[in-house]
Design a protein around this ligand. Structure first.
Ligand SMILES: *Cc1c(COP(=O)(O)O)cnc(C)c1O
Length: 430
């Protein structure tokens, strides 16, 4: 038996040598942190409900969902057959795709946290000013007097792209002035789109960390500016956490039971950790030990894995172990994990794994060909988890064969719908 230290250095060496790994987290204990309460997640869900009439009014694509920003949960059995045959294993249970690539307004998972934080801020300001009551029909926020009021404030955010899009589009719609500080990884089309929506784009030659630091510094001296801190925001976290209640409902609609003999597995692409962390927390709060959360990261950027493995969380970056942090998965190109997520969910994640850019490109293509669904490379990172989990005998031994046959696997597709056609064609071999 290896002691912890030996085992840690073996895994560290694998990360350094850029070998794809599937690491079972020894810190898993399923204990919910007292830092986040059920009441807070409920309040966040209620806040989104209050805003639904406004969202429905100003974003016509949410007409059908009554102003709820939600995505389908789709059965993808043909994709399961493909993974089984190429990996030469029997995948057990059902396979679903959570289509956050199709989320309205900004086409990525950031529409959950990012838009939520902008709404939270708008509500707080309007309530304090006496322009709004909690019992009002929030459709009134579309009136000119609100836009005029919000234009006295600005919002600043640092982003590799998708968070900036969510906050830029939502913030500008309400009337805020928005400035988005973007890293070198950020795609040009994302910058163009933001400018079209009226956001100011500040470009950095450096990485995500530099963009965030730059934004934070700029915001500090301006009392009318609000900095949305992707590395440290509990509000973003709560916005993501509300996803679990929605999926609980979708599972019920599809008559899928989750309990001790019907486990649920979630495969979540991870960047700074906010989105997968908030979602994990929300699911654990509902399903406890019956939900199994598995985080995906690129081989060059295993930041959350590194933080949890070493216990150093945000005090270590992938550059510290000699990785360059460069990846085609721009949404995951974050070298240093969040200051709060590892601490709050480090003990709630079953496993972490890494995947190569080549695998991501291949999966983007297969998903498109087999299911006619387009996702961006970051959003395909959940797929390898399904077969890596099955290939880990040590992991599979935790479950009975019967419960595995009754299990449900959800690959969380995190973005794609905003990608312009010309960009899609570069990813797709068509
Ligand atoms: C941001 C993002 C993620 C990961 O979310 P984090 O909060 O950064 O961990 C995954 N996929 C896509 C497409 C993203 O934009």
């Amino acid at each position: 038996m290896l002691d912890n230290k030996d085992s840690q250095s073996i895994w560290l060496n694998k990360l350094k040598s850029k070998e794809p790994i599937f690491w079972l987290n020894p810190k898993l204990d399923n204990r919910l942190s007292p830092e986040v309460t059920k009441k807070e997640i409920e309040e966040a869900s209620q806040r989104l409900l209050r805003f639904a009439p406004y969202i429905q009014k100003v974003f016509p694509e949410t007409q059908e969902s009554n102003g709820m920003i939600e995505s389908p949960l789709l059965s993808i059995e043909p994709m399961k057959d493909y993974l089984s045959s190429t990996e030469k294993i029997t995948l057990r249970g059902k396979l679903f795709l959570k289509c956050d690539n199709m989320l309205p307004i900004s086409g990525s998972i950031k529409a959950r946290g990012g838009i939520y934080e902008v709404l939270y801020l708008a509500e707080k300001l309007a309530l304090a000013k006496g322009l709004l009551q909690l019992t009002d029909d929030y459709a009134k926020l579309a009136e000119k007097k609100f836009r005029d009021f919000f234009s006295g404030y600005s919002i600043t955010v640092g982003s590799t792209g998708n968070l900036g899009l969510s906050i830029g589009i939502m913030g500008a719609k309400l009337g805020f002035r928005v400035s988005v500080h973007m890293s070198a990884d950020a795609r040009q089309w994302k910058k163009n789109l933001l400018r079209q929506h009226g956001a100011q784009v500040v470009e950095y030659a450096g990485d995500y960390q530099q963009a965030v630091d730059g934004g934070r510094k700029k915001s500090e001296n301006n009392p009318n500016d609000f900095f949305i801190d992707d590395e440290n925001s509990m509000t973003l976290f709560l916005g993501y956490a509300t996803a679990a209640r929605r999926v609980e409902q979708q599972l019920k609609e599809q008559k899928i039971v989750i309990d001790s003999s019907h486990p649920l597995f979630l495969y979540l692409p991870c960047g700074v950790g906010g989105a997968p962390g908030g979602i994990t927390y929300g699911f654990k709060e509902i399903f406890g030990e019956h939900v199994h959360c598995i985080f995906a990261e690129p081989i060059q950027v295993p930041s959350m894995l590194l933080g949890v493995l070493t216990g150093k969380h945000h005090r270590i970056s992938v550059q510290d172990i000699g990785l360059d942090g460069k990846t085609a998965a721009d949404g995951l190109a974050v070298g240093r994990p969040s200051k709060l997520v590892g601490r709050i969910v480090g003990n709630l994640v079953d496993a972490f794994y890494t995947c190569s850019d080549d695998d991501l490109y291949e999966l983007v293509n297969q998903l498109y060909q087999i299911q006619d669904i387009f996702v961006e490379p970051s959003a395909a990172a959940g797929f390898p988890g399904v077969y890596l989990a099955h290939k880990s005998q040590e992991y599979m031994n935790r479950f009975t064969k019967k419960s595995l046959d009754n299990g449900t696997h959800i690959v969380w597709a995190t973005g794609g719908n905003m990608v312009p056609q010309a960009e899609r064609e570069k990813y797709l071999k068509i």
